[in-house]
Design a protein around this ligand. Structure first.
Ligand SMILES: Cc1ncc(COP(=O)(O)O)c(C=O)c1O
Length: 374
């Protein structure tokens, strides 16, 4: 059997990782400023994480949601503490798309309405409703097409108000910082406008925090910079540091009912152990502060390069927009300087490293970058 060939692959076989460094099968060291799509939040093979997962494996790896799993309650408590959303409710699942799928569905159960507002440039995942609210027709199959989604231009308050006019909006879904869309920070006023329109129209504000959340920007949720709460926050990626864990946290105003949501794998023992280990390390090592400091340093230094068109982002979620003549930079970072970064169209280098990235590693990147954009 061969693999279903859907990914353009770099010819690199990574066999080991420690912190922000990874090593290929020939022993070459790479600096990882991408964390496999923003997933590695506390560093590769973090010792506390490895031990917690190993210990859990020796006890029990999985049982379904038909029994008590005290680890889930511990995770909810810790998450409430670290995120500051102590009165929210946690539902655990397995991926970002599944988190968004559940959030959109829950919103519709809550207010009985059908229409969803999403934004130009948005990416919310590849499952049916998640892909329908994603602004990329190429990945929407005919079966996913629906009249229930209204796309509004990014940061267009007037269009947003107009979309609400018919009072049939169930929810609004927005990333605090668009990731795939090229690291576009949602203006604080725009998030506040969404909050007030949702309040006025009994609609649910869904904060997609799959990529921009979990402490990456220096605050637990990047939407928090606007000083307003969303009704549902969706999470995945950094939540398990590589173990597939997703979840949504839900405002106390939305009440649960048996059978409303469900999953076989979500919230299993191993997933909870991974989730707890991540939060324990974040808390113990003050990683949100580190993300703000090292990220702030990188953004300041990157803005000094004349040839860079724009530097966008917050904390350790950074987009470096380059002119077309520097389109080769990302490839050279990888193959010449052995530094992993991400990309966004048309020509944005995306940095999404672990939250404990050191200043020394940031400098190693800046030096390599300088040789390429001089
Ligand atoms: C903002 C955002 N939402 C949702 C998703 C989908 O997450 P997953 O790939 O875990 O389904 C992603 C993935 O890149 C994302 O960036």
């Amino acid at each position: 059997m061969k693999l279903f060939d859907v990914y353009p692959i770099n010819p690199i076989n990574i066999i080991q990782g420690i912190g922000s460094l990874v090593y290929d099968s020939a022993g070459t060291e790479y600096l990882d400023l991408y964390g496999g799509h923003a997933v590695i939040s506390i560093g590769h093979t973090n010792p506390h994480y490895v031990k917690r997962l190993e210990d859990q494996l020796h006890q029990i790896g999985f049982y379904s949601n038909s029994i008590e799993i005290p680890l889930q309650k511990q995770l909810a408590e810790k998450l409430g503490h670290v995120s500051g959303k102590e009165d929210y409710q946690l539902f655990l699942c397995n991926s970002g798309a599944e988190a968004n799928e559940n959030a959109l569905k829950l919103a519709s159960f809550y207010n009985g309405k059908k229409k969803v507002i999403a934004f130009s440039g948005a990416f919310h995942g590849r499952t049916s409703l998640a892909v329908a609210v994603t602004d990329n027709p190429k990945i929407v199959a005919p079966v996913n097409e629906t009249d229930n989604v209204i796309f509004v231009s990014w940061n267009d308050e007037l269009a947003l108000e107009q979309a609400f006019a018919a009072n049939e909006i169930s929810s609004v879904i927005i990333e605090g910082i668009q990731g795939v869309g090229g690291i576009q920070v949602a203006p604080e006023g725009f998030l506040q406008k969404i909050r007030s329109l949702c309040d006025a129209n009994n609609a649910v504000f869904i904060a997609d925090s799959v990529q921009c959340g979990y402490g990456r920007t220096g605050k637990f949720f990047s939407h928090d910079f606007a000083g307003v709460n969303a009704d549902i926050y969706t999470m995945a990626k950094g939540m398990g540091n590589g173990f597939p864990v997703g979840g949504i946290i839900i405002s106390p105003k939305i009440l649960p009912a048996y059978g409303m949501l469900g999953t076989t794998f979500g919230g299993n023992h191993l997933a909870c152990a991974a989730g707890l280990a991540v939060l324990e390390v974040m808390d113990r090592d003050n990683l949100m502060k580190n993300a703000a400091e090292v990220g702030g340093y990188l953004i300041t230094e990157l803005k000094k390069f004349e040839k860079v068109k724009e530097v966008r982002g917050r904390g350790l979620m950074i987009g470096i927009e380059l002119p077309a003549e520097l389109a080769h930079v990302r490839k050279e970072l990888l193959f010449t300087h052995h530094i992993f970064t991400g990309e966004a169209k048309p020509n944005v280098v995306r940095l999404l490293p672990a939250l404990n990235l050191t200043k020394a590693h940031a400098d190693r990147f800046l030096e390599a970058f300088a040789t390429l954009v001089k």
